[in-house]
Design a protein around this ligand. Structure first.
Ligand code: AHR
Length: 418
């Protein structure tokens, strides 16, 4: 029997023969397997945990079949196993049958059996690893490399089964990764969105599958805030404001600014620009005269700076504001190749605080870096573990950060962790 792909197909099953049980039950694990979801051999697995009240003689269980890849058929056939902790276990347990009641798939599911023993599953559950799917933006910057390393090492330290996916700065890859995490039935999905928009449908799929989502580093724009549980990351608008204040200090409020923007549509690019421009309104003699995206990479930063320096008004530029250090470092190279002294002829303010930026400040080539902390691993997994344990978490967690000027660079450099 084949059936075309289903999205979050709900299958209702009635478990009978629970006449011996009447009262609260902690459903510690329900495992739904479709062994024949070939060709990928993926199992569609969802765990329903929680406290259920069992009406006399019957428990009704909703099994949601989550995402199946499009264009794929699968053979229908379930086996369901359920483990209970019973608060008032009966002396004898009868074999339980899962009967496919009102199956909307219209075909027969396989009956399965349930092993029951009060308390037995607690120890087994304790051993079960937390499974977290993490979709990373890519490897575009030193910041990102440090962020990935922090996430991976923290997961390893905590014994978490981390399913890590690199989106290579493409939103479509990230959507695919999230769908695959849903299909794998991970406990929690975390991701750092490449851009702000376009994630609503896939987040709705995650919600339907009952998988909580935590945003790391970057925000998304969604009409329904319940599509994610929490967002941990920097306050990018403030970083933009800090950068502009530093430009004002460096230039006495007289600046013709070239701006290297981050990835178009990404939260840091949008918010840093917003914060920066907000402060500019207080300084009539500080103006952005050129602005273009360098996609947060060193190579693009260099390329765009080369173009800026070829513009007819290139001589007017006395400040470069780069949305991240990597683009600033690329721009420094472009300036040097054009015979311009970075940090002197053109003052440079950027954001992140990576090692390379401190080196450049020490060498007098970069003036200021506004810190953006990538070491989110420990805080992120604190949040994720709470979410997995159904504990309350704040909707927004903001990381603490500073601002570093050239004069501090040499002393600070040995303390930098990324
Ligand atoms: O989202 C954080 C930004 O993304 C960092 O500033 C940048 O370096 C990274 O690529």
């Amino acid at each position: 029997m084949h059936h075309e792909r289903q999205f979050c197909q709900s299958v209702r099953m009635d478990l009978y023969d629970l006449s011996a049980v009447n009262g609260p039950v902690h459903l510690s694990a329900v495992k739904v397997e479709t062994p024949s979801v070939a060709p990928h051999g993926q199992e569609n697995l969802r765990r329903h945990r929680g406290n259920y009240s069992v009406p006399k003689g019957n428990i009704e269980l909703f099994v949601e079949r989550s995402y199946f890849p499009p264009d794929e058929s699968y053979r229908l056939g379930f086996s369901v196993s359920v483990r209970f902790n019973l608060s008032n276990p009966p002396n004898t347990m009868k074999r339980l049958y899962v009967k496919p009641g009102r199956l909307s798939l219209g075909t027969v599911a396989v009956v399965c059996l349930v092993g029951l023993m009060a308390g037995r599953s607690t120890a087994e559950d304790a051993k079960k690893k937390l499974v977290v799917g993490f979709s990373q933006v890519g490897a575009e910057s030193q910041w990102r490399t440090a962020n990935t390393e922090s996430i991976k090492s923290e997961a390893a330290k905590r014994g978490i089964d981390l399913r890590f996916s690199d989106a290579q700065q493409k939103e479509e890859n990230q959507i695919k990764a999230i769908r695959s995490f849903i299909a794998q039935g991970v406990d929690v999905i975390a991701f750092s969105p490449v851009v702000e928009t376009g994630f609503e449908p896939v987040l709705q799929e995650a919600k339907k599958a009952g998988i909580p989502v935590v945003l790391s580093d970057r925000a998304v724009k969604v009409s329904d805030p319940s599509l994610y549980v929490s967002f941990i990351g920097s306050y990018f608008i403030e970083e933009g404001r800090r950068a502009a204040n530093e430009v004002a200090k460096l230039t006495g409020g007289k600046a013709k600014i070239a701006e290297l923007v981050g990835t178009v549509g990404s939260a840091p690019a949008i918010d840093r620009k917003k914060g920066f421009e907000e402060v500019l309104t207080k300084y009539p003699d500080m103006k952005i005269i050129m602005s273009q995206s360098g996609d947060f990479t060193r190579a693009k930063g260099k390329e765009v700076m080369e173009a800026f320096l070829k513009a007819p008004n290139a001589k007017d530029i006395n400040v470069l504001f780069a949305h991240n250090d990597d683009m600033a470092l690329g721009a420094i190279q472009a300036m040097e190749e054009a015979g311009i002294k970075p940090g002197t002829d053109i003052k440079i303010v950027s954001i992140d605080g990576v090692h390379g930026a401190f080196e450049a400040m020490k060498d007098g080539k970069l003036n200021v870096t506004v810190e953006c902390n990538p070491l989110l691993g420990p805080q992120l997994f604190d949040l994720i573990e709470k979410v997995a344990n159904k504990q309350e978490v704040p909707k927004r967690v903001v990381t603490q950060e500073g601002v570093y000027e050239q004069a501090q660079a040499a002393a600070e450099l040995p303390n930098r962790k990324y």
